[in-house]
Write a protein that binds this ligand. Structure first.
Ligand code: GLC
Length: 531
């Protein structure tokens, strides 16, 4: 099998507001990303996914798109974008954009037209309904961001649907014109050299055509969690819609679609792979919610591994722009740093494409944001405690005043430890977390078992997660000690060709039998026959 970038490589998510500010306004931009490509190439990543950078009023920081075929001036221009793609490709880095198909901005010209004139052909590009007798909304659906999912439009006497903010009206994927237009959007970017799309909340684009009420959960506190979401998402028609998007991607060589399928039931998520005719990759978010426990990790990973269909390929992620950073989630006063190293070893040795989130390679933590500086709309519509700003703070490049991110006041505060925890400093320390990421990525790349191999759990003491990866003659065995005590594991007796310890310093054993693991330490061993 030939090397395929999205299956065999390592991908990296960039939140463009926070990666690098080249223009000097305190907000990251495309030219900033371009100037930092050296870091990504040095690290060894094969592709970047850039969260939305299209024109947007930024009600949800770009997830409210006002033009699907342009770049927001805050981030640069189409010329900047073309330059970024060209230079990324020259570094061997693919570029993935973020498609937001479920909703547009309420300032998108389509919605302005749709709202202004019920007779316009654009009316049906969104979901408009009459009130119930008495004026109530058409059904009981609730917005994920709080409050009813329906907004009343006085001048035209109808409600429109919004799964998220009222500034994000839902598009109607049952309208063939809208679908044709969205397919055109994909082609527009593919023609410009874009290698793929991450698709936002793809499970939402198909809803019950009859818009029936969701069943309420008895004795629940109400709100979004108080309903079973059987009618407002994941309608079976979603799979046909996805096949349509995939057919467009397949018009071009080596293009990729990775979906955010935000459903609780992993068996439902797995259906989004189709028969190799829907998503190439579907995010498994289980590890975003898994507590630091070897058994729980093992169970989640194994469950997902067995659900992904044979023609599909898993994908793993520990952090993203919607969830607290994993170095914070699994932090511990004594073992926090070691755990971040162990997590890196896990992510980069699993069967499935790893997605890193910018800054995790230096162990960035959530940053506490003073209330008056919170930006995320969730802080206002739901509660300050659910704001996603803490995981979206500027990248920590060096020890200078703006941490090498900006010359201006940054849009979100920098971490207080930015002068100590940054790329420059960790590059200068051979034993840093940053180097561990780089070494793991390089090991994965040169070891077929790690890149492509099967996954099988191995017997191990309680509190240790051990597994084998195997591709033909290439074999790697991994043991991760989740406990604060030393552990001893058996990983076979064959001679070794190499490997890595998550804590640098102790030499690798000559033969792997038995292996001593320090508290919160992990090891990857590559068996000699595999060379
Ligand atoms: C997805 C995005 C999130 C956004 C939401 C609405 O979940 O990841 O950031 O707020 O969709 O577009």
């Amino acid at each position: 099998m030939e090397w395929l970038w999205w299956r065999d490589g390592v991908l990296y998510q960039i939140y463009p507001r926070s990666f690098m500010d080249a223009s000097g306004d305190g907000v990251g931009d495309l030219e900033g990303i371009r100037r930092r490509l050296d870091h990504l190439a040095w690290l060894g990543v094969d592709g970047i996914w850039i969260s939305p950078c299209f024109p947007s009023p930024m009600a949800d920081f770009g997830y409210d798109v006002a033009d699907y075929r342009d770049i927001d001036p805050l981030f640069g221009s189409l010329e900047d974008f073309d330059r970024l793609v060209r230079d990324a490709h020259a570094h061997g880095i693919r570029v993935v954009l973020d498609l937001v198909p479920n909703h547009s901005s309420d300032r998108h010209p389509w919605f302005l037209e749709s709202r202004a004139d019920p007779a316009s052909p654009k009316r049906d590009w969104y979901v408009w309904r009459d009130p119930k007798p008495g004026g109530a909304p058409p059904n009981n659906w609730i917005s994920i961001f709080g409050g009813p999912a329906w907004e009343w439009d006085e001048p035209t006497g109808q409600y429109f649907l919004h799964s998220f903010l009222k500034e994000q009206p839902d598009l109607n994927w049952r309208n063939p014109e809208l679908v044709r237009e969205m397919h055109g959007v994909l082609r527009f970017w593919f023609e410009r050299g874009v290698d793929g799309f991450r698709i936002d909340v793809i499970q939402r684009i198909a809803k019950d055509p009859a818009l029936r009420d969701n069943p309420e959960i008895a004795d629940s506190p109400g709100g979004y969690g108080g309903q079973r979401h059987v009618h407002d998402e994941n309608h079976p028609d979603v799979h046909g819609m996805l096949r349509g998007l995939r057919a467009v991607a397949d018009e071009y060589p080596e293009r990729m679609l990775v979906g955010e399928v935000y459903l609780r039931d992993p068996a439902e998520v797995a259906k989004y792979y189709g028969q190799g005719d829907q998503l190439h990759l579907a995010f498994n978010f289980a590890l975003l919610f898994t507590p630091w426990d070897a058994q729980r990790f093992g169970a989640e990973i194994q469950a997902w591994d067995s659900l992904v269909p044979a023609e599909g390929w898993p994908v793993h992620v520990l952090s993203n722009h919607d969830a607290p950073r994993h170095a914070s989630r699994w932090d511990d006063p004594e073992h926090g740093e070691a755990r971040a190293r162990l997590a890196a070893m896990l992510l980069l040795t699993l069967r499935g494409t790893p997605f890193l989130y910018y800054g995790e390679e230096i162990g960035m933590r959530n940053v506490e944001i003073p209330r008056e500086r919170l930006q995320d709309p969730l802080a206002h519509t739901l509660h300050p405690s659910v704001a996603r700003d803490p995981e979206r703070t500027p990248m920590q490049w060096d020890a200078s005043a703006g941490s090498g991110f900006t010359r201006a006041p940054p849009w979100l505060p920098l971490a207080r430890d930015a002068a100590l925890r940054n790329v420059e400093r960790q590059r200068a320390e051979r034993s840093s977390l940053l180097w561990l990421y780089r070494d793991l990525i390089a090991l994965r790349r040169r070891t077929p078992a790690l890149q492509r191999g099967s996954f099988r759990r191995l017997e191990s003491p309680d509190g240790v997660l051990a597994y084998e990866r195997r591709a033909g003659a290439s074999v790697a065995r991994i043991a991760l000690n989740f406990t604060p005590e030393a552990q001893r594991v058996e990983l076979g007796a064959e001679p070794l060709a190499g490997g890595l310890r998550s804590a640098y310093g102790t030499p690798l054993p000559a033969a792997p039998e038995p292996v001593e693991l320090a508290p919160s330490e992990g090891i990857v061993l590559v068996v000699a026959a595999s060379r």
